[in-house]
Ligand binder design. Structure first.
Ligand SMILES: [Zn+2]
Length: 342
């Protein structure tokens, strides 16, 4: 029972804390990082991992998706294309896109297995939903490709198709089980561990070095919140919080992870996790500082997302540095192996 409770806790915390690039953000971040696909052709050919594919798993595996309030059934291949389109800028290097494709496929199978075990309470019977805060974001390319990518839609779609096809059926396993392959937009110089952020000690979600996060335009962020609004939002969830003292005293006794995120902090005398503060104040990450300015609280953040698992900008950096997708994945999910399904 304890194991199950831990599992549920982990999932709940994932749901609160798994910000990823939404469709809108992905599109907005697209242009500055676009790299012509041709630039990667020779590199890809030279460094392709020697993995024998048996194509067809993604095409043959059907998933049911709760999307816009209705349930639809679609092949895993089409689902993954939509996830990649929504979760990672399509102009990223091909090896980063492949790493993302494997992570997304793995996380999909992980979630499907969980819900098959009867832990589905929000999907109305479907395997997955399109809420990035709970499962993975999804963009339906039959209707959204032009809005996402404009005149470059054909090029971008082709890049994502290549990433999915060339990793067809590949997932990451730990002790023979698909892993919780969570990912984030941009970690700081180190990723966060699942233990520090969610309290779940998973051997493959530990803190590792992660370059390239600063290349994300949202790596540094500022959020200004009126003190009254913040106090009301905290008290709505935590009625015992007391904000009668001067605002300078509201935040006390914080603990930080080695990578920098706030693990927990006293807020109005109530101990909240950094993720909870992040959610309440609408911060880019839990790696924040706060100062009092007039009638406001000004939060400054570094990193974008929860910082656990694969950092998308880290994957981009490593791919541009010549690493292949399997190397990128083994860096961000240490101790895991690639396994070919089907
Ligand atoms: Zn879901």
């Amino acid at each position: 029972m304890k194991k199950l409770l831990n599992f549920v806790l982990f999932l709940t915390l994932c749901a609160i804390s798994m910000p990823v690039l939404t469709v809108g953000l992905a599109a907005e971040e697209e242009m500055p990082v676009f790299v012509q696909p041709e630039a990667f052709v020779s590199e890809t050919v030279l460094t392709q991992p020697q993995i024998q594919h048996k194509p067809g798993f993604d095409e043959d595996t059907m998933v049911t998706l709760l999307c816009g309030g209705t349930i639809r059934e679609l092949p895993l291949e089409e689902y993954l294309l939509g996830v990649l389109a929504a979760e990672m800028p399509a102009g990223f290097p091909e090896e980063a896109l492949k790493a993302q494709a494997v992570a997304a496929r793995t996380y999909t199978l992980y979630k499907m297995a969980l819900y098959e075990e009867g832990q589905d309470t929000v999907h109305q019977g479907a395997d997955l939903c399109d809420d990035p805060g709970h499962c993975e974001a999804f963009a339906d390319l039959t209707t959204q490709a032009a809005a996402l990518w404009g005149d470059s839609a054909d090029i971008y779609r082709q890049r994502l198709q290549t990433a999915v096809k060339e990793t067809d059926g590949l997932i990451l396993v730990y002790e023979e089980q698909p892993i919780a392959a969570v990912f984030c937009a941009a970690s700081t110089e180190k990723t966060e561990s699942a233990k520090d952020i969610w309290g779940s000690d998973l051997p493959y979600l530990v803190s590792v070095e992660s370059p390239g996060g600063r290349d994300c335009s949202r790596f540094e962020g500022t959020v200004t919140v009126a003190q009254t609004a913040f106090a009301a939002a905290v008290q709505a969830q935590f009625p015992d919080a007391d904000f009668s003292e001067a605002p300078i005293t509201w935040f006390r006794d914080s603990h930080r992870s080695e990578a920098g995120s706030v693990i927990d902090v006293l807020v109005g005398g109530v101990r909240l996790s950094g993720s909870q503060v992040r959610q309440i104040a609408g911060l880019n990450s839990a790696n924040f500082t706060v100062k009092v300015q007039g009638g406001d609280l000004v939060f400054s953040t570094v990193g974008y997302g929860h910082g656990v698992g694969l950092s998308q900008y880290g994957a981009r950096y490593l791919a541009l540095d010549g690493q292949t997708y399997d190397q990128i994945l083994s860096h961000y999910y240490p101790g895991t192996q690639l396994r070919l399904e089907g």
